[in-house]
Structures are given as C-alpha cells and as structure tokens.
Design a protein around this ligand. Sequence first.
Ligand code: UDP
Length: 465
Amino acid sequence: MEEIKGRVGSESKHVLMVPYQSQGHINPLLNFSKRLSSKGVRVTIVISIFISKSMHRLTSTTLPDSIQFETISDGYDQGGFAKVDSIATSLSRFEAIGTKNLRELIQKYDSSDHPINCIVYDPVLPWALDAAKEFGLLGAAFFTQMCGVNYIYYNVYHGLLKLPISSTTPLSFPGFPLLELKDMPSFVNDPSSYPAYLELIMNQYINIHKADFMLVNSFYKLEDQVVDTMSELLTIGPTVPSFHLDKRVPNDTGNDLNVHQLDSSAIGWLKTKPPGSVVYVSFGSMVSMNPEQMEQIALGLKGSGFNFLWVITGLEKKKLSPELFDEMCEGGKGLVVNWIHQLEVLSNQAIGCFITHCGWNSTIEAMSLGVPLVAMPQWTDQPTVAKFIEDVWKVGLRVKANENGIMKREEIEFCLRQVMEKDIGKELRINAKNWREMAIEAVSEGGTSDNNINEFVKNIAIGLN
Ligand code: UDP
C-alpha cells in the first residue's frame, strides 16, 4: 500500500500560510486565505515581526475568525522599511530563524484542537516546504507570478534556456508570442544585474519535487496553453475578492494589510471627477524609479492634460522637483498620494486607465476589474507581463523606451491619448471587460479556479495517495 501523505482523517482543516514578506506576495496569499476560509478551512498567516510593525490593518473589512495571524522573527525585529543587509543575507537569516520558528508553530498547534495539515508557502522560501515535510504535512507552493513567467524560470533552472541569452533571434515558447530580449524577465535578460534575485528565483525549484501542490494566482483562460504545458500547476486566481468582482460578498474589500498608511483623500477626490477621466499611476511597492524617468512621467501627465492620481511612496517623492510637482498638480488636475486601497481605486468609475509597472498583482487586479493599461515595465517579470498585456490579452499599450531605457514624455503622452481618447482605447476597454467576465467565471462556483480550490481543500483533509 502506498504511503498516505498529510494528516489523514483529521477533523480540522488547518493551513499555515507562509508568504514572502512583501506587499505583492502577502496580498494574494491573504486573499486566497479568505477563499479557503469560505470553504471551511482554518488559516494561520505567518507575518514577520519586522513587517508587522510597519503594517496597517484595514478597518473596513472584518476578517473571519477562521483567519488568524502569527508573528515570527525573521532576524530583523526593529521595524521600519530599510533593512541594511543585502537580499542574500536577509534571506539566509530568515531561513535560519524562520525554520526554527515554523517548527515551533507546527508543534504548538499539534497539541491544540486545530493541528496543521498543510503549509502553503511562497516558493522563494523553499525551507518552509522542508519544515512541512519534516512533520509529514502537505506542502503547497503558491506562485505569485503568472504561469508564463514561471515557465521561463523553470526552463532556466533546468538548463533548457542557457544564460546569458546570446541569440538576437526572438525566442519561441509554446503558448507565448515571440519574445525579444526586451520582453524577457530582467533577471534572465541581464542575469548579472541582480545575481541575488536570480538566485532567489532559481531557489524556488530546488525542492519543488517534494511539493504536493503547485498553486498559481492566474486563471485557466488567461494562460491556457502555458497551463496545459505545465499541467501540474493549479490555477486558483484571480485572488481579487468577490466584493470587487461581482459584489456578492459585502464587507470584504481585500488587501487588508498595507505596508503604508492609506491616504483617505483619494476616493473623495475621485468622486469629483467625471467617469473615465482619471489616469491612475502606480509602480507598486518595490520599484525605485530612475529620477529622469519620474520627471518624464510627470511631464507626460502634465502634457496630456488628463486628471491623474499618482501613488508615490516615501522617499520617491524627493526625486521630483517641488516646482514640477506643483505645476503638474495645478488646478486640481492631479493628486499625489502615498498609498491607496488599489482595488477600491481600480473599481472607481472615474478611472480611465492605469499606468502600471506590470507587477503581476496590479495586472491581474486591473484585468479583473476591466481597466485598460499603459504598461511601463521596470524589472523582474514585468517586461514579460507587458508583452502579454499588449500582444496576447490586448488590454493595454506598452510605452516604448529609448536606447537608454527611458520612456520619454512624448511616448507616455502618446499612449495615454490612445488609451483614453482613441478607438484603440475603446477596443482595449472592451477586451479588459471581457477578461473581467472570464475572471469572474473562473472563481465562481463550477469555474476552473473554484474547482481547483475545491480539489485542494478536499485533499487537505483526506491526505494524498
Ligand atoms: N497596492 C495598493 N496600494 C497602492 C499600490 C499598490 O494596495 O497604493 C497593492 C496592489 O493592489 C497590489 C500590490 O500592492 O496588490 C502590488 O503588487 P504588484 O505585484 O503589482 O507589485 P509589487 O509591489 O510586487 O512590485
């Protein structure tokens, strides 16, 4: 008889969620936790003490009792935003301390009424899977990037795609448009630029063969051919809460934990603007923008004459001269905020388009809410996402960069006019709305993502053969 993995026959279905400690990784795992909770699963989300000190909890949402948090040390418990160590050092400290903490957490719940059955972990923290296996628990990797990007990384890991890529001929992968170098993830296009990040990405696969599930925040129709190629991936997304998708579940605004204080002025300001008249601009939580690029965006927005709402976090604001800052916001045309509830903003009827860095969460959130995009990818997986936005899903235009990698004001202005005013913009909006319908279908009862989640939940309780 084959060995049965997992805590079989346990009354409780209890998942320990271990996200990588950044906004773009916590959001999808937290929203996925709510889906699991609605299907009778208890979830404990692990947050580092460091991050918990800078987190702001939304008060508009009430989390169900079946979702709780545990804080653990990652070796940096003083709070604040800047860790002085390199990414490599901070990851290895987290691994050393986190492994010990995870073991203690598992043991603590072992002697409670709710023993843990399964660890859902971010694959950039592969040690969390080792901890699960040590205790005979199920382990589920949760990929927060699109399937296509995982496919490229997976090929690099297995040496099927050799780095550096020397070919000037576009690369061909099943289910992909032809990819030029500029469309490849930055770590692959230029592997020497961020070696520690490339290592972090490659580490996702070192023990993945031990994972019982591979979950991904995408949905089948969005990447059907790639999903068919990587058939072991279970699409469970978009993790955007139903509240935003079809308003079935009130009081769940999603993205409940924020690394910055939310600016409450944005929604009131949006109410004063006509439908479809505002350009929303955000580059997520990680991008550090080249000052010249910031200036070009400011000039492009000013030149376009459209209303805009721009999220600029903390020290990034210092990259714009005070004069330009005042000029571009003149006459109430623009509002610059530190951080907003993005799902609420994208759902607002005043939004006409979204200038995005093409972070995966921002992209899938915008498509799920039917908002067309102006793509300004900066690094990591963003160039590949931008390629799909423009050429596969046809929900946005990508701003062309010059030979120095700068997207100039004229190009930004041109794309904004196309998307906000021209016929092509109407087409992009229709396409975005169609993707929204498909996203709703995927997560609704009987949809592909919903079925995959049900399958996952079923296996948590009965174990796997
Ligand atoms: N976000 C937000 N408020 C903001 C800007 C971003 O709530 O002002 C959220 C956004 O909804 C998304 C996440 O932060 O869920 C950013 O993730 P993404 O993958 O787009 O980018 P990253 O920050 O990982 O680069």
